[in-house]
Ligand binder design. Sequence first.
Ligand SMILES: Cc1cc2nc3c(=O)[nH]c(=O)nc-3n(C[C@H](O)[C@H](O)[C@H](O)COP(=O)(O)O)c2cc1C
Length: 328
Amino acid sequence: MSPWRLSVAPMIDWTDRHCRFFHRLITQRALLYTEMVNAGAIVYGGTERHLRFNAEEHPVALQLGGSEPERLAQAARLGEQWGYDEINLNCGCPSERVQRGAFGACLMAEPQLVADGVKAMLDVVSVPVTVKHRIGIDKEESYAFVRDFLGTVADAGCRVFIVHARNAWLKGLSPKENREIPPLRYEVVYQLKRDFPQLTIALNGGVTTDEQIATHLQHVDGVMVGREAYHRPWLMREWDTRFLGAASALHTTPDEVEAAMVDYMAREAAAHGTPWYAIARHMLGLHHGRRGARLWRQVWSDHKLKTLPAHEVWAIAKAHLEEVPVEA
Ligand SMILES: Cc1cc2nc3c(=O)[nH]c(=O)nc-3n(C[C@H](O)[C@H](O)[C@H](O)COP(=O)(O)O)c2cc1C
């Protein structure tokens, strides 16, 4: 089964190692992506700060931002040394800050530079090197544009493409608007799979239900889910059995996941001095749809409680929840 069949998207400020630890308690098999990490920050800054992760997170992919082949190669090599299972290059982020650094979605206008970066990384690592990109930039909506981008990068040896099925408009839209306003065109991604059957093509953008995942998997090799997995993580509860070949479910409940997270918070506090709220913020959608969830969420976001140990905050929070979980 393809490792890219189901994954959780890279999301800056969201999919940090705590978030990934949390997601791993709900799905054992989906591939998890880091936030985008600037290749230069890895090479010249705190390698440990940027690359440290929990062993439980595997399989986990490191997403790099950058465009300079030699620097990408250095960062990729460090990523492999730190144990990441894949190196992914961001060619889809539209933020102006990223554009100034000449990487992200604007790289789609420079397929040869991306190809050179991919090749430089492939030369120095043995884990897969993959690319995440859009279907076009600005008003460039021709299929030929994205087909030629993909073809050029594939010629450099990239075998896996994760395609966010909308254009990035580099001028005039915020990154958030760029995830909502340019229309989704799934048909373009399906067509890429038809034209490049030998490549692994995963689709991303706007997926919110298991039914949609099942539909897309009839056309492409994989589906990547971002915001919905973050805001409604219990969505992932059947992924292992329904899509990823697991014989049995984890037999876990949201309450058990929360208990495991509280243990993790205590371990993190003891080992690294991490405050519980840096971890708890990622699980605020856990009880989505359950009576009392709003009050529960307020407790876990209440910074006035930040001097309490996590298990005491937990006791206050869970008192608000109705006993039996209501299906989301
Ligand atoms: C808060 C946030 C941060 C994001 N950061 C990144 C990033 O670091 N790298 C990247 O390739 N995409 C990033 N994205 C885009 C997502 O990976 C994904 O492509 C996009 O949200 C569409 O998928 P979705 O509709 O399932 O959320 C981010 C999205 C959000 C909401």
